[in-house]
Design a protein around this ligand. Structure first.
Ligand SMILES: *Cc1c(COP(=O)(O)O)cnc(C)c1O
Length: 343
């Protein structure tokens, strides 16, 4: 496709855009009477017009039924989580049973390290990208210290070559191979928040697992933005926030993917809470933790229904638009931008 820089050309593209009516489903901030051109969806996605009603529905159910809202009403809270896992599974390429919605991103990263970073003797290293998002850096540093290890010894950062700004896949794979006897965990972002680089997740997963490590991804800037096939890529685990590209609101509840091979693995360590307990017998309140045999087994606390509601409102729009069509549009917009920049 070739582009030109005229306004007519842009308007013509807009008029042919199958997704154009979705713009009306979001509240666009207005300043001095003028709708803003919003380029900050990477930081906080805009509010769907349906969010307030979805939250109000939970409030109404609470008003009508009190705690019975878990079982009664149009949308009983006990089953609410099931409406989130399929749409999120479509977005990250996972089975619904591999998705759990809980907590927030930095907390979930720590929880995933509890389960998937199990240093043992010499095999205690974590490989990650240099200049990862600060929260990830602090998470590595403090988690490693908490286990009595020295972050300077244990955390290996891969940097771009001198004079380059992005990482070469071959260099990441070489770093994995170089440390193959000592690697416990490889944890990269899917898309670097600063450079915009998309990492070759299948290649990193394959190389990391071949070296005997667990491989996870922080998908904060990838979920809802780029195509993901976590299950098919055989990724071990991943975490993301739902407030950036996924429009679920400031401090939205987080998303986690855990490959199904771990769901019934009783050797996995975790920090448990009652909401991760087997549903049928949860209310027997017995001693001894019995996890739900899916990613939900990693839940700790009573779910945040108000936050579920705002996520559901935005995921419904993604379902309607279709993630493939969104990726097609993103590719076209990128190509347009590149051409215009080069003109
Ligand atoms: C935005 C972002 C975070 C923020 O984590 P919160 O716990 O949601 O504040 C963490 N990691 C990455 C890579 C991010 O882009």
């Amino acid at each position: 496709m070739s582009f030109d820089t005229s306004l007519e050309f842009a308007k013509d593209l807009d008029s042919k855009d199958e997704l154009r009516h979705f713009r009306n489903q979001f509240i666009i901030p207005v300043e001095n009477g003028k709708e803003q051109v919003y380029f900050l969806g990477n930081s906080l996605g805009l509010q769907p017009k349906t969010t307030a009603a979805a939250i109000q529905e939970v409030l109404d159910q609470w008003a009508s039924f009190g705690v019975e809202g878990f079982f009664k009403g149009r949308n009983p809270w006990l089953q609410y989580h099931d409406q989130l896992t399929k749409p999120l599974g479509n977005i990250v390429g996972a089975l619904p049973s591999e998705i759990v919605v809980m907590n927030q991103l930095s907390v979930n990263l720590h929880l995933m390290l509890v389960s998937f970073y199990r240093p043992s003797g010499k095999r205690n290293k974590i490989l990650c990208e240099a200049k990862a998002f600060p929260s990830d850096q602090y998470m590595f540093e403090t988690h490693v210290k908490h286990l009595g290890l020295d972050p300077d010894e244990v955390v290996i950062e891969v940097s771009p070559r001198e004079g380059e700004f992005t990482l070469r896949t071959e260099d990441i794979v070489a770093a994995i191979e170089k440390n193959k006897d000592e690697l416990a965990l490889v944890l990269f972002s899917g898309l670097n928040y600063y450079t915009g680089q998309v990492f070759d997740m299948p290649a990193i997963t394959k190389a990391g697992q071949k070296a005997g490590a667990i491989v996870g991804f922080d998908l904060a800037h990838a979920a809802g933005n780029i195509p993901l096939q976590l299950h098919d890529w055989n990724v071990d685990f991943a975490c993301w926030c739902n407030y950036k590209y996924l429009n679920a609101g400031p401090g939205a509840i987080g998303g986690v993917y855990i490959h199904e091979r771990y769901h019934t693995d009783s050797s996995i360590h975790r920090f448990a809470g009652w909401w991760g307990y087997e549903k049928e017998t949860r209310f027997q309140m017995a001693k001894g933790f019995q996890p739900i045999q899916s990613a939900e087994g990693w839940q700790l606390s009573t779910p945040s229904l108000l936050l579920y509601a705002s996520l559901k409102a935005s995921l419904s729009i993604f379902e309607e638009a279709g993630i493939e069509r969104l990726h097609e549009k993103r590719k076209a917009l990128n190509a347009y931008l590149w051409q215009v920049l080069k003109m």
